[in-house]
Design a protein around this ligand. Sequence first.
Ligand SMILES: Nc1ncnc2c1ncn2[C@@H]1O[C@H](COP(=O)(O)OP(=O)(O)OP(=O)(O)O)[C@@H](O)[C@H]1O
Length: 310
Amino acid sequence: MIEVQQLSKRFGRHQAVKDISFDVSAGNIVGFLGPNGAGKTTTLRMLTGYLPATSGSARVAGHDIFRESLQARQKIGYMPENVPLYDEMRVREYLRYRAHLKGLRGNQARSYIGEALELCGLSHVRRKMIKTLSKGYRQRVGLADALVHKPELLILDEPTNGLDPNQIRSIRNLIKQLGENHTIMLSTHILHEVEMTCNHVIIVDEGKIKATGAPNDLIQKMRAAGKITVELHADAETTSAAIARLDHVKKVIQEDSPDEWTRFSVYVDSGTDSRERIANLASQYGWPIRTLHRHQATLEDVFVELTRKD
Ligand SMILES: Nc1ncnc2c1ncn2[C@@H]1O[C@H](COP(=O)(O)OP(=O)(O)OP(=O)(O)O)[C@@H](O)[C@H]1O
């Protein structure tokens, strides 16, 4: 659905997007995740034809976004970061105006607008002035605008930005529902958003792609996946040396303990689990053990690992 090759964007001397390439296949909900200033908006604006690229190419639904811009844009529904709504218009009136700009007319326009209102849960506010709507509902109007012409691909820039937790939940549910019939690419700097909504993630930082994959696969690959916390009632030096000799153990670090128990963080090879060996060792030497906990890495660990500056 989206094929991006060596896309770059330079603003004067600042290169906001550096030679990025990625593919998005139809039917996916893809999270474009990165810290502020990573180049997310710039990339999405290039993909939607609003911003020319400095170099590289991008195709959407088989159309070159720069050379066949009109055809490509018909396949795309774009919700920018700050949806520019007309406050003095009523919801349905605004969608009628937007549908008209997108070339829809007559009965087709009426039925598409009705469907968009229904899909986005806006039917009961269709006669309300946009200025009277809550931020969550304004966001729904933005979504209805993006999808009114029935595009195959929805590109949503920070769709839950500025919403309260209830509104966030309801927009996320709506996005998931839309994902049943659309390919969706959304940008966010909120990890939880990706974990909740997306089946694929592209992590960007400083204009470059740092990792791509299913959120769970990225987590599996993490170094932090192999951390075990152990609490024993025994001499720290002896136990630490014995644990360090076990297979797959990379490092044993003694941590502060609130009482007389000894606490370690045990770093093991990624994809291995040394809990059973540690338990056997403790029972062999008769060390009392009260904690043996394996930490699951989160997408946050992946993100921090990939984007930290030290
Ligand atoms: N029109 C512009 N002129 C000059 N520099 C720009 C322009 N647009 C963006 N930039 C710069 O390009 C970089 C990437 O910006 P971009 O808005 O794409 O980041 P982002 O990942 O969307 O961040 P955010 O989450 O803050 O929206 C930033 O350093 C920004 O200051």
